[in-house]
Write a protein of this length. Structure first.
Length: 539
């Protein structure tokens, strides 16, 4: 038996794992790499396996960093079934089509620019037609029912409590009279989330492949609704908009739930709320057609109290681009919920372009922001950012509410492991940045004493019962130094543009800004020196 790590290794994106038993090959997740340009370029690398040789795929949930390369896999020759939950199947119908539309749009845009520069034509990673074809291979299965893919592979899906339809995958493997049970945590949710059920506890496993997105921290405990109400009320008093970059599936619906509760309690004003994402609108509809996945409280609100927790008096769904653009012409405070959640693509960029420079506005992040993403740079204090080729000054208030995260934190991950009746032989720590995984490994060893391993991209674990050995990979996924260099260069460019603006002000009307300009020059110089240091160390 062999388990190979093909993504989400020391990073929070691109989840994919290859299981081989005898001649059988099963892929668990086939996620897209998201984040910086260097990370996203990985989506075009050849697969490290022959897609035609894959017998089946098991999919934990619909988020694109877990499902987003499935159309490319099918396009490359994979003909087997994709096993997942019913709700994940429903969500992938809209999410993969949306992803394909983005691929086509970006390829068309790049080719338009490239043609003028004499560059080679770029093909989309996959098309809408590819996504639709891939969906024909989805095979929904219910939670908590053992099913057999092959005699060597028996599988059961359990609710992961992350988003609608998210799964923990239990797999029983057999080879040459040896057996092993592997459990893929997928993305584990937080207990007591609105709408979504709590994660399922597992009794036993020989090996656990476990996410560590927040393995190095504990979510701050506070009243989420009061904190949200405070941000909304303060912004409305200033006369500004509240802009919320939110993942279309899961986060958007939870925000709607909180807004619904706050309005019922009279804690926020009844101002217009815009869901500016066709994907989020469709996802919300899917939520309402899968009430069997709701927790008891949300289910009772819908069917006993006849009080839909995802509806608001002045809720507006904007499907067209013209409707989206019209939002920024309004002269009253509004709440804008738009994708993408990391502010790297989609309609949210237009709303940031129109609101980041306004001191009366608020930008509220409610989810994980990957390294290199625009969201991460804003949270780290960037004063100027480039959006769609235009330099934008950051004057709006930037807020971060990790309390909305759909990922379990360090304590909740440990608590999930503590419910195991028999400790596993090893835990493979994935779907976390290297530092987060290392911190979690240390804390887990001190508390539970279960061996851990943090795999590199391309590493393989050769499994023999409860014994295993690692075949190391020599593949460099993303050079950390070059990634760091890329981020410093972006900051340097931003500082340069700010300095240029200040020089222009002096030229127009006096030298009162001279001290600020000198400070800017010194700051730019520091980045230049740091950049030189990184380049020198990477040679």
């Amino acid at each position: 038996m062999r388990l190979t790590f093909l993504g989400a290794s020391m990073m929070v994106t691109g989840s994919s794992y290859l299981l081989e038993v005898g001649q059988r090959k099963i892929l668990v997740d086939c996620g897209m790499f998201q984040g910086s340009k260097a990370t996203e370029a990985l989506n075009r690398r050849p697969f490290l396996f022959d897609p035609t040789a894959i017998d089946a795929v098991l999919l934990t949930h619909a988020h694109i960093d877990h499902s987003g390369l499935l159309p490319r896999l099918c396009k490359s020759g994979f003909k087997g079934k994709i096993y997942t939950s019913k709700a994940t199947t429903d969500l992938c119908r809209i999410m993969l089509a949306d992803s394909a539309h983005i691929q086509e749009f970006e390829a068309e845009r790049d080719n338009r620019k490239g043609k003028r520069a004499g560059k080679i034509t770029v093909e989309p990673l996959y098309t809408v037609a590819d996504a639709e074809y891939c969906l024909l291979q989805f095979h929904p299965v219910p939670y908590n029912e053992l099913f057999e893919i092959f005699p060597e592979f028996r599988v059961k899906l359990d609710d992961a409590g992350h988003i609608l339809g998210s799964s923990i995958i239990e797999i029983w493997l057999s080879e040459n009279d040896k057996t092993a049970k592997l459990v893929f945590s997928g993305d584990l949710g937080r207990p007591d989330q609105p709408i979504i059920k709590d994660p399922t506890y597992i009794d036993e496993a020989d090996y656990i492949i476990m996410e560590t997105t927040y393995g190095d921290r504990v979510h701050e405990h506070y009243d989420q609704m009061d904190a949200l109400a405070g941000i909304i009320n303060d912004t409305v008093k200033r006369g500004g908009n509240i802009v919320i970059p939110a993942f279309a599936v899961g986060r958007t619906q939870i925000i709607l739930y909180f807004l619904h509760q706050l309005l019922k309690a009279g804690k926020i004003p009844d101002i217009p709320v815009f869901i500016d994402s066709p994907l989020a609108i469709s996802a919300t509809d899917i939520f309402m057609h899968n009430p069997q996945e709701f927790d008891v409280e949300a289910y009772d609100m819908v069917y006993k109290q006849q009080d839909n927790p995802l509806r608001l008096p002045h809720l507006n769904f904007t499907r067209t681009s013209d409707e989206s653009k019209a939002i920024n012409l309004l002269d009253e405070p509004v709440i804008i919920i738009s994708a993408s959640g990391m502010a790297d693509a989609g309609r949210i960029l237009h709303h940031l372009k129109h609101n980041l420079w306004r001191p009366e506005a608020s930008i509220l992040f409610v989810g994980y922001q990957a390294q290199g993403s625009l969201g991460r740079r804003l949270l780290e204090g960037a004063k100027r950012v480039k959006i769609m080729g235009e330099e934008i000054s950051v004057k709006a208030k930037i807020h971060n509410m990790e309390g909305f995260s759909a990922h379990a934190d360090q304590q909740q991950l440990l608590n999930w492991l503590e419910h195991l009746k028999t400790p596993p032989a090893n835990i493979f720590l994935v779907h976390g940045e290297h530092e987060a995984a290392e911190v979690f490994a240390k804390v887990e060893q001190e508390r539970l004493h279960i061996p851990t391993y943090i795999p590199h991209y391309g590493d393989s674990a050769v499994i023999d019962g409860r014994q295993f050995s690692i075949v190391g990979s020599s593949i460099t996924l993303v050079d950390p130094k070059m990634q760091q260099l890329h981020e410093y260069l972006e900051q340097l460019d931003s500082d340069y543009m700010e300095l240029k603006r200040q020089i222009e002000q002096i030229a127009a009307g006096g030298d009162q800004k001279l001290p600020e300009i000198l400070e800017g020059v010194e700051k730019a110089g520091k980045f230049i020196r740091k950049t030189a240091e990184i380049i020198g160390n990477s040679k």
